[in-house]
Design a protein around this ligand. Structure first.
Ligand code: IVH
Length: 671
């Protein structure tokens, strides 16, 4: 094998392992930059040696050609749907029907074990693997015939492109979905780009998966939960539980909270528990699927119409409701942008009374032609901000009594005359001292992802502003426990907690501080790119438009916008004060490819005497080194602790240098 072929193979193995750590174990050992560097190296090898490209190479996830239409695909085995149960009585009815069915076959008083799985609200797909390679993925369609979405499925990081120890053919079934957070972000982004928003995460996932161009799918974060197997050759399963275990072992994402239960009562209890917890799960579930575990029992129970007798869906109440849109009002965003929101006839959705819902922006609102007085459909799921997704079907029959609502001519908070800048989907309040704008800016500053100040949210920000205790972000850092404890509804203990959170926020990385500042055009991602490229606030403040525009994801127009805001005297004063308060204004660690351990690759194994593996990794990364998970000839150092096993043997065989903790610290200059 040539050196290039070997390196390509090794890179693929490493990338696959990092992918698994990132997506399945939620425990990445390298940063995005390092991952990209490995991927780039592999791309370069494959460019020079096209004969080395394999179908399951991580480079093949993106970059497939758009398709001209979605081809029809007949599923190797029909995809079923599920009968519903909405109460314990209906559940008992299901069990009774199964018992009766088996009794007719001569099996009296059958006992069942049940697998309880969350019923994810996405779309069902079938993925065929032939000889271990992903061959084709298709949507459910009508159950017999679906649509070929292979090009888009490949872009989903959690979908394995190949599987080890594979049978000749296997059809993996699962649900493709979009997390609630990703759904909300996608809708916000679409709203600010002036595009129509999606009704719910399921529509967003379906719309994405059915795109013809895989680049569009790659930009939108989809995920997969695998929950079963359809047709297969060369392997068989004796139970649902065994099937899930098999899938899990081969790298498919299988929900870790799926349980095997021994009685009906336990299954019902579990359904009720899932229902309770529904709002705190990061993706939308519309029920629980209960499946008889034993494959032989499943076979005997068979299928009625489209529904297998051996499974049932415990359905939750819907997360959409009908209510009346009483009025359309406007709130002021952190850049003065005016956001329309709906004042609703209060209605209970998923255990919470909803009174307000977002309308995204003027365009979305007029596209849906929403008017006060209309009946509307609202969606509230998990932590997603409630949204008005559409007028109810009969709203169009309104008899001319209502009129469309336009953006206000005056700011609803400070009464300044509003403006509608070209290229903006939002009408704006131009007054920089607008109280509404200040509130939004400060609420953003303390939010998660920005300074992440625990215990400090919108309500308290408003109170602090009203009492005149703060005017801007820097003032937060001069607050005292006594000042906070004197506020209505606040105890000494909570006050101490908030001061401690503010103190802790001083350790937030430079990228988060840049994001927190509330610079138009600097989101989380751009904040990170700017921090990585320019390294320090001084360099950033000194940078000219060209330099800023060259930052990935910025470009000339946004570059201009960012530069202007950074040049502003008020912004510079704020930065100066935050700096004096002790916030991070420099990027940690050397730029990628620099530092004392630049380009050195490390593998960690065993238990170190004082450092955890994460701490050791961080130190190596901070010095510019790379941490990978498997030992190869390219490994520069193996850091071995107590109970090091096969990795140590391999390192010795390959004559890779072995370090203990002391030697590592010495190498880092800390010894
Ligand atoms: S099993 C028994 N398991 O629910 C074969 N379906 O109404 C039927 N779904 O089309 C599918 N989570 O889209 C199964 N853990 C799960 C599921 C699940 C979500 C969806 C799937 C299916 C629909 C059935």
């Amino acid at each position: 094998m040539s050196a290039a072929a070997k390196r390509a193979e090794q890179l693929r193995a490493e990338l696959r392992e990092h992918n698994e750590r990132y997506y399945l174990q939620d425990d990445p050992s390298i940063g995005d930059d390092q991952y990209d560097a490995l991927l780039d190296e592999l791309r370069e090898i494959e460019r020079q040696h096209p004969e080395l490209v394999t179908a399951d190479s991580p480079t093949q996830r993106i970059g497939a050609e758009p398709v001209s239409a979605l081809e029809k695909v007949t599923h190797p085995q029909a995809m079923f749907s599920l009968a519903n149960a909405r109460s314990a009585e209906e559940f008992d009815g299901w069990v009774l029907r199964m018992r009766n069915h088996l009794a007719r076959e001569g099996i009296e008083n059958a006992a069942f074990q049940y697998v309880c799985e969350p019923k994810v609200d996405g779309l069902a797909i079938s993925i065929v693997y032939r000889n271990g390679l992903l061959e084709r993925g298709a949507t459910r369609g009508n159950g017999e015939v679906g649509e070929d979405v292979t090009h888009n499925l490949r872009t989903i990081g959690t979908v394995p492109l190949s599987i080890d120890d594979a049978p000749a053919m296997i059809e993996v079934r699962g649900e493709v979905y979009m997390s609630l957070e990703d759904f909300q972000k996608l809708n916000e982004r679409r709203a600010s780009d002036g595009k129509p928003t999606f009704m719910n995460p399921r529509n967003a996932a379906a719309g994405t998966l059915r795109q013809l161009d895989p680049r569009l799918a790659a930009e939108r974060p989809l995920s997969l939960w695998a929950y079963g197997v359809g047709a297969c050759e060369g392997v068989s399963f004796s139970s649902q539980w065994e099937t899930l275990e098999w899938l899990r072992q081969r790298g498919f994402p299988v929900n870790s909270e799926i349980e095997l239960l021994g009685s009906e009562q336990e299954a019902i209890d579990r359904c009720l528990e899932w229902q309770q917890r529904r709002g705190s799960i990061s993706f939308e579930i519309d029920g629980v699927v209960i499946k008889v575990d034993d494959a032989e029992q499943q076979r005997r129970l068979g299928v009625v119409g489209r529904d297998p007798r051996w499974a049932v869906a415990w359905k939750f109440p819907p997360t959409t409701k009908l209510t009346q849109l009483k009025a359309i009002e406007w709130s002021v965003g952190k850049f003065g942008d005016l956001h329309p929101f709906a004042v609703l006839e209060p209605v209970e959705v998923g255990g919470v009374v909803v009174q307000y819902a977002t309308l995204h922006n003027e365009e979305d609102m007029s596209r849906k032609d929403l008017r006060p007085g209309d009946e509307v459909i609202i969606l509230r799921a998990g932590d997603v901000i409630p949204q008005v997704v559409s007028p109810a079907p009969h709203a169009a029959e309104r008899k001319g009594r209502s009129r469309p609502v336009g953006a206000p001519k005056k700011c609803p908070v400070c009464s300044a005359a509003t403006v509608k800048p070209e290229n903006s989907v939002f009408t704006k309040c131009p007054n920089r001292d607008c109280e509404g704008r200040r509130e939004a800016l400060l609420t953003h500053f303390v939010s998660r992802g920005a300074m992440d100040v625990d215990g400090l949210g919108e309500k308290l920000v408003v109170m602090l502003l009203q009492k005149g205790l703060i005017e801007n972000a820097a003032d937060l850092y001069s607050l005292t426990v006594t000042q906070l404890a004197a506020l209505e509804g606040m105890g000494e203990l909570s006050a101490q907690g908030i001061i401690a959170s503010l103190e802790a926020s001083k350790q937030r990385p430079f990228a988060s501080v840049l994001f927190a500042l509330g610079i138009e055009g600097v989101g989380e991602v751009t904040g990170r790119s700017l921090a990585q490229r320019l390294r320090t606030i001084d360099a950033l403040l000194a940078a000219d438009v060209d330099e800023i525009s060259q930052t990935p994801g910025v470009g000339p127009i946004v570059g201009e916008l960012i530069t202007a805001q950074l040049a502003d005297a008020q912004m510079r004063r704020l930065v100066g004060r935050l700096r004096a308060a002790g916030l991070q204004f420099e990027q940690d660690g050397p730029p990628p490819g620099e530092g004392p351990l630049a380009d050195k690759s490390f593998v960690l194994t065993g238990t170190l005497p004082t450092l955890t593996r994460e701490q050791a990794s961080e130190k190596i990364l901070a010095a510019g080194g790379r941490v990978t998970s498997s030992v190869s000839k390219k490994t520069d150092y193996l850091v071995a602790g107590e109970a090091a096993g096969s990795k140590l043997e391999k390192a010795e065989r390959l004559a890779v240098a072995v370090l203990d903790e002391t030697a590592l610290l010495a190498l880092l200059g800390e010894g």
